[in-house]
Design a protein around this ligand. Structure first.
Ligand SMILES: O=P(O)(O)OC[C@H]1O[C@H](O[C@H]2O[C@H](CO)[C@@H](O)[C@H](O)[C@H]2O)[C@H](O)[C@@H](O)[C@@H]1O
Length: 365
């Protein structure tokens, strides 16, 4: 699945000497407008569909919750493999003892329920209070596929860090670790506080705007199709398209992308996502934020990432490797995952966040 992993090229191990973050090297291909430095690095370019072997339509069908290929194992077996984070709370709290928890939250399907209209994916006030409370005790970041502005509009809390466009647009704390990064600029947040803005895909903006316009044009006659500009990536929603026409959506997008070798296609929940060919994802965003927050020491930090989507798997994987922390998958049904624990839906996520706050309050008195 993860063809864009940095491990595809041994050349990447040497990137620190080049002064570039390893995750920022795009796959090279002819005709690229990148600097010669980028062009000289031989990288394996993924196929158009980076995370699937089957046809585009098959993947669109399997990305649909109602058609989700259920694992053959029973719900009970699945719950043994990915125990409920609520039922296992004591165990989680035990491993967090003496450590600083860093919390990473996906937005859609995690903090807000999945709804038909992406513009109306509001989170409840109770959830907002839970997130605000948890952020009082633990450094908390939202990492979403949405544009950073859009997710901030939904969440509306200034006490968090935000990463939009699947981590390609991070507003985080100013940190000495950013000193040598050309992709990091100083900015100010909504409170006028100095922050650091990290946008590794900034060079792709004109291309993304161009493809956004073309996607609007090619889908305008497909009833129910919706195109959403997420700044450094574009979503093409097919949730409200008659399933008989899903292949029309898929074919149109695939055909268009043939003219854009610097862009690739990934899959979310009833959504096709067009994004830059760049080795950067939610997992890299977690690592970046941990570093920015000075929380890279595995011995006294416990990162927890809660998410429901395929794109969250990159973050689960980063935490699973070396037992760094816990991924918690939000899903009401069995799904193969790199997470450690599970929660059924956003209401359980809220319960878990409230439990973390209670536990922390108790442990400080
Ligand atoms: O990383 P996320 O915060 O989970 O964002 C991923 C995509 O979320 C949104 O789409 C999903 O939620 C919509 C509202 O519930 C739903 O209608 C859609 O079918 C889901 O795919 C968002 O609209 C996309 O742009 C994000 O890429």
């Amino acid at each position: 699945m993860d063809l864009n992993s940095g491990s595809t090229s041994p050349v990447l191990t040497d990137n620190t000497r080049l002064g570039i973050h390893s995750g920022l090297l795009p796959y090279s291909h002819s005709g690229s407008a990148f600097s010669p430095l980028f062009l000289t690095i031989p990288r394996k370019r993924p196929g158009l569909l980076d995370d699937v072997k089957s046809s585009l339509l098959d993947t669109m069908i399997s990305s649909s919750p109602t058609h989700n290929k259920l694992l053959k194992e029973s719900n009970n077996d699945w719950m043994c493999k990915y125990p409920s984070a609520l039922a296992s709370f004591e165990q989680i709290a035990k491993s967090a003892n003496g450590k600083r928890i860093a919390l990473f939250l996906d937005y859609d399907g995690t903090l807000s329920p999945i709804v038909d209209n992406p513009d109306c994916a509001f989170m409840s006030n109770a959830m907002r209070v839970a997130v605000r409370n948890v952020a009082k005790y633990f450094p908390t970041a939202i990492i979403s596929g949405r544009s950073r502005d859009k997710v901030f509009e939904f969440v509306g809390l200034t006490e968090l860090y935000y990463a939009g466009s699947h981590g390609m647009d991070i507003m985080g704390p100013v940190s000495p670790s950013h000193g040598d990064s050309t992709n990091c600029i100083k900015s100010v947040d909504k409170n006028g506080k100095e922050v650091s803005l990290f946008q590794p895909a900034s060079k792709f903006l004109p291309l993304i705007d161009e493809v956004h316009k073309s996607l609007l044009e090619i889908t305008k006659d497909i009833v129910g199709a919706k195109v959403e500009n997420n700044k450094f990536c574009v979503s093409v929603h097919y949730r409200n398209v008659d399933q008989k026409s899903w292949s029309i959506v898929g074919d149109a997008v695939e055909e268009l992308l043939k003219g854009y070798p610097r862009l690739r296609l990934t899959h979310g929940r009833m959504v096709l996502e067009v994004r830059p060919v760049l080795d950067w994802h939610k997992g890299k965003a977690v690592e970046f934020l941990l570093k920015s927050l000075g929380l890279t020491n595995c011995d006294d930090v416990l990162p927890i990432y809660i998410g429901d989507d395929r794109t969250d798997e990159d973050a689960f994987k980063v935490l699973r490797v070396g037992n760094r922390g816990y991924g918690i998958l939000v899903s009401p049904m069995p799904k193969e995952s790199n997470a450690f624990y599970s929660l059924r839906d956003p209401s359980e996520v809220m319960e878990f966040l409230n439990a973390l706050v209670m536990w922390k309050k108790k442990s400080v008195v």
